[in-house]
Design a protein around this ligand. Structure first.
Ligand SMILES: Cc1cc2nc3c(=O)[nH]c(=O)nc-3n(C[C@H](O)[C@H](O)[C@H](O)COP(=O)(O)OP(=O)(O)OC[C@H]3O[C@@H](n4cnc5c(N)ncnc54)[C@H](O)[C@@H]3O)c2cc1C
Length: 477
């Protein structure tokens, strides 16, 4: 058995683990191991590989292969163990597992746990099979409340989380005519577009009354319209109950013929190892602002970590790659003895479907209502250029504002932002609202946000003042 002694052990080779590795190396840590159970890739671009939007003919046409690129430090070749940690003995500071070379044991001083999240699938008939599935790897999914090896997925049932998932879906797209995608979050929609671009007839099934849970019905409706214009069939407010070899069955008995099904029905934090280490777990693994778990020598970053929402103080699972990397920086600095705290955060996302770009930050009006938070909202048109310019595009943006001083919120506090723009990126507005929302600013604080104008880039109407005036009017009534 391979036995190693390292000061720091990183478990997981996703963005959280890899960025932590790079940071620890940059900060001078030399006694380091990272255990990775799948090919390092840029997960966010997986649907774009399937949709053939990566550089054609290039080595990364299908998936971005970080193992064979110069985007990771060269030392990682020696420091990486290709395998799975199966037990984390926190008391004795030992991690045990199996690698491609056999069993191993690593004695550590500090652990940086970055096990991410696993695709979650509803427990429907026909999902799993005793036959060999499409995966021969070491990753898992969650079906209902059980962790299940990905190898158990029945033929032509897919998820989208790692490089092998994308490769399998790519091969399916090559030989198929029709597909059903279940779930209409960013990943589901990106997969819909990818399969459509590969020439498949795509049907989207969503259990909620409208697409994109991160948006309100009025904003998400624009996305629905765009999908329908592009020929995607949509079933909303209905559940998939069974998968058969050539069709799926919905809860009202509707049958849809299909060659395969992609489940983009969300993820769950991977808390398996945290359980074996007896860490505190609620919605995810509980951490403080230093990304330290309930055990002082175990730090947790990324999708497995539960953090406190800057808006409401509630525990949240943001599931954001860029946040996993920031958390990796914070955890690494603390491991290196330099005290650092995670800046306030919330949930956010940005995507595009058939050139309709959408983003959201913080809380929707619908979710606020469900939680009994008193809010009002303002929706304004957005013109991407001076109105007389020929290259202008149109959009809508919506802001959700707390209507009272209660539940830890201030009256006038901006708690949510949503945007839909046709043919143009709303990145800058989305990022500005991440700052506004996580810093708990009220509408009157909008006065302090300047905007830059040039006719080629935007209209002369200051969006922040437009919003401030609209909010003042709404609050006066
Ligand atoms: C298709 C897709 C598109 C996305 N697009 C975006 C985007 O545009 N922007 C954005 O910010 N975020 C995006 N995300 C979310 C982002 O990818 C995740 O937030 C991010 O991957 C989380 O990083 P992580 O390191 O915490 O976890 P992961 O990426 O899940 O990595 C964890 C790794 O640890 C491994 N692991 C788990 N347990 C063990 C063990 N015991 N031993 C060894 N290894 C283990 C896992 O198999 C996995 O390889 C997207 C996600 C998907 C799936």
């Amino acid at each position: 058995m391979l036995t190693l002694r390292k000061r720091v052990l990183i478990i997981g080779g996703g963005p959280g683990g890899r960025f932590s590795y790079m940071t620890l190396r940059r900060m001078g840590e030399k006694s380091l191991s990272i255990v990775m159970n799948e090919d390092p890739t840029v997960i966010c671009s997986l649907p774009y590989g399937v949709g053939r939007k990566l550089i054609p003919g290039g080595p990364e046409e299908e998936v971005v292969d970080l193992a064979n690129s110069d985007r990771l430090p060269p030392e990682i070749v020696e420091d990486a163990i290709r395998g799975v940690v199966t037990e984390l003995d926190a008391e004795n500071h030992i991690a045990r597992g199996t690698s491609t070379e056999g069993p191993f044991e690593i004695h550590f001083e500090k652990v940086l746990l970055a096990p991410g999240a696993v695709p979650w699938l509803p427990s429907v008939k026909g999902l799993l099979s005793d036959k060999e599935g499409y995966m021969r790897d070491l990753t898992e999914i969650m079906v209902g409340s059980e962790y299940v090896s990905k190898e158990k997925l029945a033929e032509n049932i897919f998820v989208m989380r790692g490089a092998d998932d994308a490769r399998a879906l790519d091969a399916f797209a090559e030989k198929s005519d029709q597909a059903v995608v279940v779930g209409s979050g960013a990943i589901g929609l990106e997969v819909v577009e990818a399969l459509h671009d590969r020439g498949l007839a795509v049907t989207l099934v969503e259990a909620l009354p409208h697409l994109i849970a991160a948006m309100d019905m009025d904003m998400a409706g624009k996305v629905s319209e765009r999908l329908s214009e592009w020929g995607v069939s949509i079933y909303k407010n209905i559940q998939l109950t069974e998968v058969r070899s050539d069709r799926v069955v919905l809860s009202d008995g509707t049958e849809i013929k299909t060659d395969g099904v992609v489940f983009a029905t969300g993820v769950r934090p991977n808390v398996k190892l945290a359980r074996s280490a007896e860490l505190s777990i609620e919605r995810g693994i509980v951490v403080n602002e230093k990304m330290q778990s309930s055990h002082p020598d175990i730090y947790v970053v990324g999708d497995a970590a539960q953090i406190s929402d800057a808006v409401t103080g509630r525990p949240i699972l943001p599931l954001i790659g860029t946040l996993a990397m920031r958390q990796g920086l914070v955890a690494s600095a603390n491991i290196m003895g330099k005290e650092m705290f995670l800046p306030p955060a919330t949930v956010w996302g940005l995507s595009a479907i058939f050139d309709l770009h959408w983003g959201s930050v913080g809380w929707t009006e619908e979710l606020a209502n469900t939680l009994g938070i008193q809010v009002f909202s303002i929706t304004l048109p957005y013109h991407t250029r001076e109105k007389a310019m020929v290259n202008g595009k149109e959009g809508l943006w919506k802001v959700v504002v707390s209507a009272s001083d209660e539940k830890g919120l201030k009256k006038g506090q901006i708690i949510g932002f949503q945007v839909v723009i046709d043919g143009e990126s709303p990145l800058f507005l989305t990022e500005r609202f991440i700052d506004i929302i996580t810093r708990r600013e009220t509408v009157s604080g909008l006065f302090s946000h300047y905007f830059v104008h040039s006719p080629y880039h935007n209209t002369v109407e200051d969006p922040y003042l437009m919003l401030l005036f609209a909010a003042q009017e709404a609050m006066a009534h």
